[in-house]
Design a protein around this ligand. Structure first.
Ligand code: GDP
Ligand code: MG
Length: 485
């Protein structure tokens, strides 16, 4: 049998005689709470795992637990003999009804091995009972392919077990792909500069391509409370530029409503010079009215903000270009473009936002990159990329010149248990399965594989923001996903 990755989340139904290795297999791959076992429930409702008098109640409990978990979209492994066709049919229907992939895993081990394992157990199953189970199991294995499961896995004793739900070998992403750490929360305690330094040095040490800072005047509710610190990004990036790293440094994103674009151009050029050509500017139209009102800034309607975004990028580019001559562009006219220091490299402009009619068109016309928020659904990204490509064609821009970047908010656990504990801590009122999907909750190895797949789909840079970033250790935890990606 070839190595195969099972879907996750999924409803996984085990099939096999006693001693065929079902519980062992499940325990090695899934969290204890994900495995619903008839033996264990006999022990809960009856005198012990082998209390057959408790079977009826144990199975009633089992069905209730399985139904509750599947309804919530949570991975559920049904650890019973699995030999009853009606019960299997019931699980299959349940999974389908709730849109959860259905998997059946059959343990087709040699009868002699089963008998041998059975014989050494504390309470062996009587020989005739086991013989009957083995006969039934054999015929069930043959029937599974016709039952309608999304995945049928048949494990024989000599076959390598499927690596589920651990990822398979990671393909090599193309060169040029990078992961930039977006820092959006600053739980820096009594030592802001020390915290920033440690976070940046950790990011550099484990192979992040850069650091991006959010630009907000008040911490946004999606990230934290309004009284948590959210530092001014250009000042902060200036401090990071002074550290001995190779990190690229920039905003993701600065709203064009905060500063006249010439002032942003000046800040970015200064950062570029001080960092030896590592600056980038992520820029967007701004969206949060409250921070504008609170700081006495105008917050015009969306159309005007998008006009300002378009004009702002033109202005920055004019002020970064060589020479001091007058600039007369499509939306901007400047009597001179005298601005020193000049940046030491072409500062990339990342246009933030997925607005299909205007923002993506502005990105196609003026951006070096276009940043869209990653969702749970791969099709969303493919759609935005297609729209961007269409805009590129319409404005006569080579699509290869506009890099696709994504904002990713990964939950990263050290193992499956740790991952789900984090989901449970972070999810607020969102259902755990929904939160886990939106944040691609998984181990670093799983994120690594996901990033490689994103690279294959044309993403050049992932901006990754940890929803539970507390310090350098968290950066290192995600760093395992970044190393040599
Ligand atoms: P179940 O009755 O199908 O749930 O089987 P278990 O998972 O409880 O396994 C029965 C016995 O076989 C236990 O003593 C396990 O330790 C042993 N066992 C299960 N899987 C393997 C395996 O892959 N290799 C070996 N050597 N022993 C196993
Ligand atoms: Mg078992």
């Amino acid at each position: 049998m070839t190595e195969q990755r099972l879907p996750d989340p999924a409803l996984v139904v085990l099939v096999g005689a006693s001693g065929s290795g079902k519980s062992t297999w499940a325990e090695q791959r899934y969290r204890a709470a994900e495995v619903v076992s008839s033996d264990a429930l006999r022990g809960v409702v009856g005198s012990g795992r082998h209390d057959l008098d408790a079977s009826t109640e144990a199975f009633a409990l089992l069905d209730q637990i399985v139904a509750g978990r599947v309804r919530r979209g949570l991975t559920t492994v049904v650890d019973t003999l699995g030999l009853d066709a009606d019960r299997r049919r019931g699980y299959l229907d349940l999974g389908r009804r709730h849109g959860l992939p259905t998997v059946v895993v059959a343990f087709d081990v040699p009868p002699a091995l089963c008998r041998q394992r059975n014989a050494v157990r504390d309470r062996p199953v009587p020989a005739p009972v086991l013989a009957q189970q083995l006969r039934t199991a054999r015929s069930v294995v043959d029937a599974l392919a016709g039952e309608g499961w999304d995945h049928v896995v048949v494990l024989t004793d000599d076959a390598p077990a499927p690596a589920a739900p651990e990822p398979a070998a990671t393909p090599e992403p193309p060169t040029g792909f990078g992961v930039v750490l977006q820092v959006s929360r600053f739980p820096w305690g009594e030592d802001p500069a020390g915290w920033l330094r440690e976070v940046a040095l950790a990011a550099d040490a484990c192979g992040f391509a850069g650091i991006a800072l959010m630009d907000h005047l008040i911490q946004i509710p999606q990230v934290g409370t309004a009284w948590e610190p959210i530092p001014e990004p250009w000042v902060t990036l200036g401090m990071l530029a002074g550290l001995d790293t190779r990190l690229r440094l920039g905003t993701l994103v600065t709203p064009v409503t905060f500063r006249p674009p010439g002032i942003t151009a000046k800040a970015a050029a200064t950062l570029d010079v001080l960092s030896g050509g590592r600056a980038f500017v992520g820029v967007g139209a701004g969206w949060w009215e409250r921070e504008h009102a609170g700081f006495g800034l105008a917050f015009p309607p969306a159309k005007q903000r998008l006009d300002a975004l378009e004009a702002g990028i033109e202005t920055m580019r004019a002020l970064w270009a060589a020479g001091t001559k007058a600039y007369d562009g499509e939306h901007v006219a400047l009597p001179e473009t005298t601005s020193y220091p000049r940046p030491v490299h072409d500062i990339p402009v990342v246009v933030g936002g997925g607005g299909e009619r205007r923002t993506l068109r502005i990105a196609a016309r003026l951006g070096d990159a276009c940043n869209v928020r990653l969702t749970a659904d791969d099709a969303d990204l493919d759609h935005k990329v297609a729209v961007l490509r269409r805009h590129c064609a319409a404005v006569g821009r080579d699509p290869a010149e506009v890099e696709v970047t994504v904002l990713d908010l990964p939950v990263v656990g050290t193992d499956r248990d740790d991952t789900w504990e984090r989901v449970e801590r972070l999810r607020g009122r969102t259902a755990a399965a929904t939160y886990a999907r939106a944040h691609h909750a998984g181990t670093a190895a799983e994120h690594r594989e996901r990033y490689a797949r994103l690279a294959e789909r044309g993403v050049g840079t992932v901006f990754a923001a940890l929803p539970d970033l507390a310090g350098p250790d968290d950066v290192l935890r995600l760093g395992a996903a970044v190393q040599s990606v």
